[in-house]
Design a protein around this ligand. Structure first.
Ligand code: 13P
Length: 251
């Protein structure tokens, strides 16, 4: 059975007070697509204002610390995200795995700390271009999953996986539908191996240069349960056609 699609925007380091109107527009227009879950993951400092601006619409963080509290200057705990009005968070984005040197074990601990307080999690995996070109993509993503998946799905909150090939992020390049389908099928079998039947209920999003012009094709691929969208999520005019494409596939 097909899972309800989730289309989440990752605003990365974009977003000021002046952009709240864009968030209002996205939230209001998304109500026309009840068959799709829509979310925006904004900079931590914008979460509270965004959540207040669009009650009932899912606002998320882009990272979370694995500890509940303590001497971690500049970091944000899961409880803080929740307290600010977030209902989800991204963990393990390749930009953080790279620039902040986050390991699979860090990502796992972050996912578990978020799920434990009731935050939904989008856990990112994806291979580099060098790995793709040498045929190691499945192996690399499999190893990332082995190291970073939470031990159990027993929390009330939901886990989703985002497959984001690093070479497709912000480049306009995307894998072929066959490559996306093979990777998502491989992630699905890993999830089922790990969590049994519950693994079938974990949404697997594709991310990397998703835009209005390619969204319908991507959403039509088996085991693509949504998208994590970067650049094209910043403007309602770019993002809403992607949400509409997800709704159209839902039928
Ligand atoms: P782009 O959609 O800009 O390629 O970014 C994808 C991404 O990194 C989302 O997390």
């Amino acid at each position: 059975m097909a899972l309800k699609k989730l289309v989440a925007g990752n605003w990365k380091m974009h977003g000021l007070s002046a952009d709240l109107d864009e968030i209002r527009e996205i939230a209001a227009a998304s109500r026309a697509y009840p068959a799709v879950d829509v979310a925006l993951c904004v900079p931590a400092i914008l979460i509270e204002r965004a959540a207040r601006a669009v009650p009932g619409f899912a606002i998320g963080g882009q990272d979370v610390h694995f500890a509940a509290r303590g001497a971690h200057t500049g970091c944000t705990s899961a409880e803080m995200l929740l307290d600010a009005g977030a209902s989800l968070t991204i963990v393990g984005h390749s930009e953080r795995r790279d620039a902040q040197r986050e390991s699979d074990a860090d990502v796992k601990a972050k996912a578990e700390s978020a799920l434990a307080v009731g935050l939904n999690v989008i856990l990112c995996v994806g291979e580099s271009l060098a790995v793709r070109e040498t045929g190691g993509a499945m192996h690399t993503v499999g190893a990332q999953l082995d190291g970073s998946l939470p031990d159990s799905l027993e929390a009330e909150a939901e886990l989703a996986i985002a497959y984001e090939p690093i070479w497709a992020i912000g480049t306009g390049k995307i894998p072929t539908p066959t490559e996306i389908g093979e990777m998502h099928a491989s992630i699905r079998s890993r999830l089922v191996e790990r969590y049994g039947a519950d693994g079938r209920g974990v949404r697997i999003l594709y991310g990397g240069s998703v835009k209005a012009s390619n969204a319908a094709e991507i959403f039509g691929i088996a085991d693509v349960d949504g998208a994590l969208v970067g650049g094209a999520s910043l403007k309602a005019a770019d993002f809403l056609p992607i949400v509409a494409a997800a709704a159209a596939v839902e039928g």
